[in-house]
Design a protein around this ligand. Structure first.
Ligand code: BTN
Length: 255
């Protein structure tokens, strides 16, 4: 099923790996190109954003990384995080019937709880254009007690959301990669505005939410959708607009 996907040029299915992103980085250094995919049953050193660990037990989650050649515009890397999180959100909706939503820039959310996320890492490949390694971690079959202590009350899984009738991980991966391929083709046809509009429709907090940005210096304002590079626009009370990039953290203001 995965191998039939037109976007997938090489498929590596592994048992245990450190991180699928790292496996793909090595394959990229060895010459692999866009559409090379690594899927693993478990990760022993799975990574999340901002240096966090991504707990990746066997059989319970989808851990998949895809190599993208963004076309020599590293400044637009955030667009690919947006695009991949949209593909994952659509896959959860279409393959699992789960009303997943998005949180800027990379989170998959169900009713305030984290269902999954994207970690996109740039990989400079010598003289050729930069390559992007886009990893998706999706909580699929965990029961509530199977999350690590610090994630309890903050994370959920498709099983907890939809019950036992969840699709197999392979079906979820196929749905995700299918959507990713379509959206990537759209991006290359210049359809970023349509993609960012779709993303915004699935992200309830990206317009009109009061937030604090933990930048240097920190500031507060009201979210105002995505900018052309995938940054989050924030309208400040002095009338100016700031843009948040992925290294900064955005937290909701208590109402
Ligand atoms: C996040 O929400 O912080 C992003 C989590 C990304 C986890 C995935 S699992 C597959 C890939 N390999 C990794 O080490 N991380 C990503």
């Amino acid at each position: 099923m995965l191998a039939d996907n037109a976007f997938v040029t090489e498929l590596h299915v592994r048992g245990a790996v450190g991180s699928t992103n790292d496996e793909l980085r090595e394959l990229s250094a060895g010459g692999a190109g866009e559409g090379c995919v690594v899927v693993a049953d478990r990760q022993t050193a799975g990574r999340g954003r901002m240096g966090r660990r991504w707990h990746s037990p066997a059989g319970l989650g989808l851990y998949v990384s895809v190599l993208i050649e963004p076309g020599g515009r590293p400044a637009e890397a955030t667009r690919w995080t947006i695009l991949a999180s949209l593909a994952a959100c659509l896959a959860c909706r279409e393959a699992a019937g789960c009303d997943a939503t998005l949180k800027w820039p990379n989170d998959l959310i169900f009713r305030g709880l984290k269902l999954g996320g994207i970690l996109a890492e740039m990989r400079s490949a010598g003289s050729s254009s930069d390559r992007l390694i886009v990893g998706l971690g999706l909580n699929v079959s965990q029961e509530a007690g199977e999350f690590e202590e610090e994630l309890r009350g903050a994370a959920t899984s498709l099983r907890l959301v939809c019950g036992s009738g969840i699709p197999r991980r392979e079906e979820l991966a196929a749905a995700y990669l299918g959507r990713l391929g379509e959206l990537a083709a759209g991006m290359r046809r210049g359809e970023w505005s349509a993609i960012s509009r779709m993303w915004e429709e699935l992200c309830p907090g990206c317009r009109g939410a009061a937030v604090r940005v933990l930048a240097e210096p920190p500031f507060e304002g009201i979210t105002d959708g995505l900018d052309g590079a995938g940054g989050l626009r924030i309208r400040k009370s002095d009338g100016t607009t700031g843009v948040v990039r992925t290294a900064e953290k955005v937290v909701p203001l208590e109402s």
